[in-house]
Design a protein around this ligand. Structure first.
Ligand code: ADP
Length: 236
C-alpha cells in the first residue's frame, strides 16, 4: 500500500465561503502526521471530510486506497472529534462497551480492549464512574480510548490534548509514539508547536491552504530557523 490517506485537490465551500483551497497531501502508513495551524484555518473541516462526515465541494479522498465514504475503509479509522460525544448517564466502561458493540467485537475481545484502552489513557480507576462526573480532561481521555477500541489501523485525532494537563499530555504523546511503533498511522491536528515537533511529518495550514510541508527538522533547515513557530511565520 502506498498511502494510508491520500487527499487529491480537495476544495470545500460553505456557501460563498471557500474554506479549503486545493488541498493535496498523502500520508504514508506508520507515520504520525501533524496538521498544524491556527483556529479557523480549516483543519477540522479537512478531518471531517477524511472521516466521511462531510463531503468535499471538489476533489477526492482515499483511505487505504479506497475512495471515501466506504464502510470498510471507515471501519479502519479511529476518530476522536474535537467535541466529545459521550453518554453522561453511563459509566466510562459502559461508554466504551457501547462503542465497542458497534464494531461487533467478541465479548472477550471487547473486555480486553476496554482494559487496554482505559489503561493507555490512565482512566482505569475511573471507568466505573458515570461520565457526567468526569472533568473535561477525563472526557478527552475517554474519547481517545473509544477511538482506539476497535484497534483501528488509522487514528485521526482532532486536537486530542486540549484541556489535558501537561504531564498527561506528554504521556498521551508517548502512547501515540508507541502506537506508531505498532504500525498505526496517526493524523493529528494541533496548534501546540512542541506537539508538532513530535510528528514525523507536518503540513502547516492557514486560511484553507497548505503553506509548507516536511519533517520538523527538514522544515527548520529549509527556512533556516531554530523552531517551528518561525517556520510558520516565514512560510506564511
Ligand atoms: P480549524 O479546525 O482549523 O479551527 P475549521 O475547519 O473548524 O478550522 O473552520 C474553518 C472555517 O470554516 C472557519 O472560518 C469556520 O467558521 C468555517 N466553517 C466550518 N464549518 C462550517 C459550516 N458548517 N458552515 C459554515 N462555515 C463553516
Amino acid at each position: 500500500m502506498d498511502h494510508a490517506i491520500r487527499i487529491h485537490q480537495v476544495t470545500k465551500n460553505f456557501g460563498k465561503k471557500n474554506v479549503l483551497k486545493d488541498i493535496n497531501l498523502s500520508i504514508s502508513p506508520g507515520q504520525i502526521y501533524g496538521l498544524i495551524g491556527p483556529s479557523g484555518s480549516g483543519k477540522t473541516t479537512l478531518i471531517k471530510i477524511i472521516v466521511g462526515m462531510d463531503v468535499p465541494s471538489k476533489g477526492d479522498v482515499q483511505v487505504l486506497n479506497t475512495s471515501i465514504p466506504n464502510l470498510k475503509a471507515l471501519q479502519n479509522i479511529g476518530y476522536m472529534a474535537q467535541s466529545d460525544a459521550l453518554y453522561p448517564e453511563l459509566t466510562g466502561e459502559e461508554n466504551m462497551a457501547f462503542f465497542a458493540s458497534l464494531f461487533k467485537l467478541k465479548k472477550s475481545v471487547q473486555k480486553e480492549r476496554i482494559v487496554y484502552a482505559a489503561n493507555l489513557v490512565d482512566l482505569s480507576s475511573h471507568i466505573s464512574k458515570k461520565v457526567g462526573t468526569y472533568s473535561g480532561g477525563m472526557k478527552r481521555r475517554l474519547s481517545l480510548a473509544i477511538a482506539l477500541i476497535h484497534d483501528p489501523q488509522i487514528l485521526i485525532l482532532d486536537e486530542p490534548t486540549v484541556g489535558i494537563d501537561p504531564e498527561l499530555r506528554l504521556s498521551i504523546w508517548n502512547e501515540l509514539i508507541q502506537l506508531k511503533k505498532k504500525g498505526k498511522t496517526i493524523l493529528v491536528t494541533t496548534h501546540v508547536m512542541d506537539e508538532a515537533e513530535k510528528c514525523d511529518y507536518l503540513s502547516m495550514v492557514r486560511d484553507g491552504m497548505i503553506l509548507t510541508s516536511g519533517s520538523p527538522s527538514a522544515l527548520k533547515a529549509q527556512y533556516n530557523v531554530s523552531n517551528l513557530e518561525e517556520v510558520f511565520l516565514k512560510a506564511g
